[in-house]
Design a protein around this ligand. Structure first.
Ligand code: S3P
Length: 444
């Protein structure tokens, strides 16, 4: 009997707060004069990088004891004196491993008349930055790359920005958000259009915080494209309180594990169900997983639900491509593992963006799936997997310093016949410091 029949996941779990929303709630606090309260902020090291940078910009951020719905917990208090109070930081803006920190903060400071020095760790230094810095330069910011064009480290000298129109070639919520943050400080209108629908946390937060913006719909080849339009913010926004939903990208690992482990039944609580993030649920359902979405409701402007997953163990391969990719960009490594344990073929195409994430995730997932015994072939923009009902494992899984790869390896360890060891687990903290503890908690 292989592991998939022996191991069971059972119980209820609320995974930590959403990383994307946490970055935004912290960064948008800059536009407030006063103190904001953020409940359930993500404990991810990436979010800590944003906190450190904002502290370098003069915000006062601290974790305090609090009480929500009768339960003792903590919240983050974020004190800001408004965007106009930001001065030249005395230190580097070090974004660690976090692309979101570096890209969103470049948009935030592009309109401020100081010099900001940005850098990140070795992985972040490899990631493309011109996709956000070129449009910011077009709005008036001055950027100087220190070592290599398109890459951190770089300095940015902010200036008086002019509103501009952008039709971005990449469906990236990070770039869109960075340009909208700059647009809120620019003269005239700034318009940002993307080639596909992405997570819309920024627009939802704009609405929740009463930041004015417009949505224009463009019809082309029977598809709707959204343009987001902002103008200069003329006054500070009111102090706010926000409760961050549980992170669907973290919940995704448990969804796949429970789907593949027969007799499992888990309930993931208060999961963010942003329409630009739910490929993981839609794809698993299409594959035949037994998933139900319960108690749909709204929290701080975001849709949330409880997600119940029951083990099925015989999933069916599917194809994922085109505009679907953007709504599961962070979940493709763990979905690929589900694909390796399915009947038939599991294919991913149009996912070249995966090559410029925390690692080259196409190559990394293909290499690791081969190590556990899967039949997988790499192509330029994705991969094809011939699913199997059992996989040997008994190998060392390489995380390439990429948190999502390391967590996928820990789930592979549950599903394979022989133990799978992960070469580096430290990187898990980039998004989910207590992942191993929570996985153990659900494991029977
Ligand atoms: C994010 C957007 C995505 C995602 C990243 C977080 C965000 O990046 O991969 O983990 O918070 O906006 P892209 O927008 O570059 O695809």
């Amino acid at each position: 009997m292989n592991n998939r029949n022996k191991i069971i996941l059972k119980g209820q779990l609320k995974v930590p707060g959403d990383k994307s929303i946490s970055h935004r709630a912290l960064i948008f606090s800059t536009f407030v004069k006063g103190t904001n309260k953020i409940w359930n902020l993500s404990p991810a090291h990436d979010v800590n990088s944003t906190i450190n940078c904002l502290q370098a910009l003069g915000l006062e951020i601290q974790m305090l004891p609090g009480n929500i719905k009768g339960l003792s917990t903590t919240y983050h208090s974020v004190l800001s004196n408004g965007i106009e109070s930001i001065r030249q930081p005395s230190t580097l803006l070090f974004a660690g491993n976090s692309g979101t920190t570096m890209r969103l903060l470049s948009g935030l400071v592009a309109g401020l008349p100081f010099t900001f020095n940005f850098d990140g760790d070795a992985s972040l230094r490899k990631r493309p930055m011109a996709r956000v810095l070129d449009p910011l330069k077009a709005m008036g910011a001055i950027v100087e790359y220190k070592n290599q064009k398109n890459h951190a480290p770089f300095s940015m000298v902010g200036s008086s920005l002019k509103g501009s129109s952008f039709e971005l070639p990449v469906a990236s919520a990070q770039i869109q958000t960075a340009l909208l943050l700059a647009g809120l400080q620019a003269n005239g209108e700034t318009t940002v259009e993307l080639p596909a629908t992405v997570r819309d946390h920024t627009q939802r937060l704009f609405k929740y915080l009463n930041i004015p913006f417009k949505v224009q719909i463009k019809m082309q080849e029977e598809k709707n494209f959204e343009k987001i339009v902002v103008t200069k913010l003329t006054k500070s926004i009111e102090p706010f309180e926000i409760n961050v939903p549980a992170d669907i990208s973290s919940a995704a690992f448990f969804m796949v594990a429970a789907s593949c482990l027969k007799n499992s039944e888990i309930e993931l609580l208060d999961v963010g169900m942003n329409p630009g993030r739910i490929l993981i649920v839609e794809a698993l359902k299409k594959m035949g997983a037994n998933i139900s979405i319960e108690k749909n409701r709204e929290e701080s402007g975001e849709p949330i639900a409880n997600v119940r997953v029951r083990g099925n163990s015989l999933l069916q391969g599917i194809s994922i491509n085109g505009s679907e990719i953007a709504s599961g960009i962070d979940e493709l490594p763990i979905l690929a593992l589900a694909g390796a344990f399915s009947k038939g073929q599991f294919s991913v195409r149009d996912a070249e963006e995966l090559r410029v994430k925390e690692s080259d995730r196409i190559s990394a997932i293909v290499q690791n799936l081969k190590l556990i015994g899967a039949d997988v072939e790499e192509v330029k923009d994705g991969f094809d997997i011939q699913g199997k009902t059992s996989l040997a494992g008994g190998c060392i899984w390489k995380s390439y310093g990429d948190h999502r790869l390391a967590m996928t390896g820990l789930i592979a360890n549950l599903l394979c016949d022989q133990p799978v060891q992960i070469d580096d687990l430290d990187c898990v903290s980039i998004s989910y410091p207590n992942f191993v503890r929570d996985l153990e908690y659900l494991r029977q």
